[in-house]
Design a protein around this ligand. Structure first.
Ligand code: DAH
Length: 367
């Protein structure tokens, strides 16, 4: 490797020779560089303040030069510095371009390869049934309402005429949020067990008349089996106005069921009980599998129970009385249906779990 020689002869010819040797060393060292690490070593060998080649040139050539030769030596040393700097800069650029070049090569894209085919999704059958029901009611002049899934005891039960400790609460196995023993009972949070609390929320927000359809997710402490899931979906409906009667309820639901299952479907209403409606009914549709003749699906009855409904109980209106709901002047009907159940009937699904497993083979049947 090149080392800076001592000079005895300071004649211009001798200086030219010394400089030419040094340039030759600079060139050949820079040509041999392989990568970033080599380059750093090269830079330091030439430029380091302490004992770099240029520092040595300064010490052994310039400082040692006799007075009259100093000017000549000084000029050459300056040339040398400039040349070394540009050689270092050049070497660096060369290394960087070739590094970028090999990176590009490794990331090269073969545009003749077949593309990745992304399969487009479809609307989940539960959502699809939900949207269909909502749009049937929208066409009848209903607007859409929504409410929170984490609800208070007041909205989920109390204002719907479920008094504290009333046995009707037992029909809705409720998931309570933990650690709220300090709060008054009506403020305690729970996962809503039905979409009915949104009825009260809507009536708090607007005076009558009301025509609202409320889709949403609900939660119950039910173990998962072929027909039950702890999380499922409902669509709730509420209509309040002057002179709303049970006939309006029957006509509205009959029309909606015909829109949903076909015009030959029949409906009938059976007495039932819900704390927030009086009278209450279960609505049944003629079996959509056998047309009402009786089959395994309808347990040979010809009818399938589909939803709960009734005339809004005056006790419910009393909770929103100050907002114009005077039960001696207005009346209303309400209904609530489980979407999974409707989707099961509409699409012939065997088990409720299939909706939640996310198995593409199941879902793609709805494409
Ligand atoms: N909320 C009831 C349930 O989940 C269903 C229901 C029944 C809703 C009667 C109503 C109604 O609006 O009037 O079991």
């Amino acid at each position: 490797m090149y080392t800076v020689p001592k000079l005895d002869d300071y004649s211009p010819q001798a200086l030219d020779r010394a400089v030419a040797d040094l340039f030759a060393a600079l060139e050949s060292e820079s040509r041999a560089l392989q990568g970033e690490a080599d380059w750093k070593e090269f830079r330091d060998r030439w430029m380091a303040r302490k004992n770099g080649v240029l520092t040595q040139v300064n010490d052994t050539w310039l400082k040692a030069a006799p007075g009259p030769a100093k000017r000549e030596v000084g000029q050459r040393v300056n040339q040398l510095k400039a040349r070394a700097e540009s050689a270092i800069e050049e070497a660096r650029n060369k290394i960087h371009t070739s590094a970028a070049g090999s990176k590009l090569a490794s990331e090269r894209l073969d545009i003749s390869l077949p593309g990745i085919q992304r399969r487009t999704g479809v609307k989940h059958p539960v959502l699809r049934a939900m949207d269909e029901i909502v749009s049937i009611f929208k066409a009848m002049g209903y607007s859409i309402g929504e409410g929170p899934e984490v609800e208070t005891d007041y909205y989920n039960f109390e204002s719907l005429n479920f008094p504290p400790n009333h046995p009707a609460r037992d029909t809705q196995d409720t998931l309570f949020i933990a650690g709220q023993e300090q709060k008054p009972a009506r403020d305690r949070l729970l996962m809503r067990t039905h979409t009915s609390p949104v009825q009260i929320r809507v009536m708090e927000q607007q005076p009558p008349p009301v025509r609202i359809i409320i889709p949403g997710k609900v939660h119950r402490n039910d173990p998962l089996d072929a027909t039950h899931s702890p999380v499922f979906h409902q669509v709730e409906g509420l209509a309040v106005d002057n002179n709303i009667t049970f006939c309006d309820l029957k006509g509205t639901l009959d029309r909606a069921m015909k829109a949903l299952f076909g015009s030959s479907v029949k409906t009938r209403f059976y007495p039932s009980f819900f704390p927030f409606t009086e009278p209450s009914a279960d609505m049944q549709v003629s079996c959509i599998f056998c047309g009402g003749k009786g089959c395994r699906k309808c347990k040979n009855s010809g009818w399938i129970e589909l939803l709960g409904c009734g005339m809004v109980d005056p006790n419910v209106f009393d909770f929103v009385k100050q907002n114009g709901y005077d039960s001696s002047k207005i009346s209303g009907f309400a209904f609530g249906m489980g979407i999974e159940r409707i989707s099961i009937l509409k699409y012939g699904v065997e088990e409720i779990q299939l909706f939640y497993e996310g198995d593409v083979r199941f879902l793609e049947q709805f494409a």
